[in-house]
Design a protein around this ligand. Sequence first.
Ligand code: F0G
Length: 361
Amino acid sequence: LRKREIGVWRYLEYLPVKDESKIVSLCEGGTPLYRCNNLEKELGIKELYVKNEGANPTGSFKDRGMTVGVTRANELGVEVVGCASTGNTSASLAAYSARSGKKCIVLLPEGKVALGKLAQAMFYGAKVIQVKGNFDDALDMVKQLAKEKLIYLLNSINPFRLEGQKTIAFEICDQLNWQVPDRVIVPVGNAGNISAIWKGFKEFEITGIIDELPKMTGIQADGAKPIVEAFRKRAKDIIPYKNPETIATAIRIGNPVNAPKALDAIYSSGGYAEAVTDEEIVEAQKLLARKEGIFVEPASASSIAGLKKLLEEGIIDRDERIVCITTGHGLKDPDAAIRASEEPIKIECDMNVLKRILKEL
Ligand code: F0G
């Protein structure tokens, strides 16, 4: 923290922190922006970057929000923090609350949280509660606790979370030498991140750092796409899904709390919203790993799947400068990766067999 050369706190002047001594940090942000030449060739496009948020301390972009949100909790002298989560928020909050000596309770939809995320929340020492319901049910419950002032809520309805996450936009400008991408493609679940990133670009525009804005493009999973449906009708409000379903468990959300902000970001930037199937998500996840060496969890790959689809539909021009956000590390969901892969070959310790396999590579 002393130098703040890189990461979320590089942008301290843009963050709502009053007392720097209260900052809780694990050196979040400063994630790589990869130029993807192989994917450019594969998809026939000119300029593609992946902003890999899986490289954060707990493996997702949530850490950017949590460093600011938990710092705020610290300033307020809060003792107990909590959240509902599809996994990543709980992993991140558990880590930051551990680092700042707070008690932490997390509510997860039973049986629908990827293994890596569950392991993290448990291991950082949070009280982990599995709810017989989905994320939206769990969020209703923690909101009630917050209303009764029993916990400090760190879901993305907490504005301090979004303040941290807006630094994704700052970093993209920074890493592109102050050029602004034509389009930023973001996986959308509870819709906080796309709203936060838009806020970041707007703040850089208002303060004269940049003079253009990207088209904000949100991608949802086919089985959980209330924002895409609202966008198709050019509506301001969503109709929630009661039973959202997708392999991308991180974005298995039927009633995104930040939907109005996300729709505003999409409409006012001239962006777009599209949905992708589970098959398209897995295919994109593999493509990114096998063409670029970037391993992301299924929800993250929806930005790549969305890019592919919108190119095919002619919505995205092939000469746009595009940034896809990948939101979480592939190791978060080892089950999904193994299910989508070929089984390892089992052999005896036999060199001839091994050499035969090598020839067939
Ligand atoms: N990608 C990943 C890997 C996520 O974990 C999430 C959200 C999103 C995308 C969507 O971001 O909600 O800001 O639109 N995960 C939350 C959680 C809901 O509990 O970890 P969003």
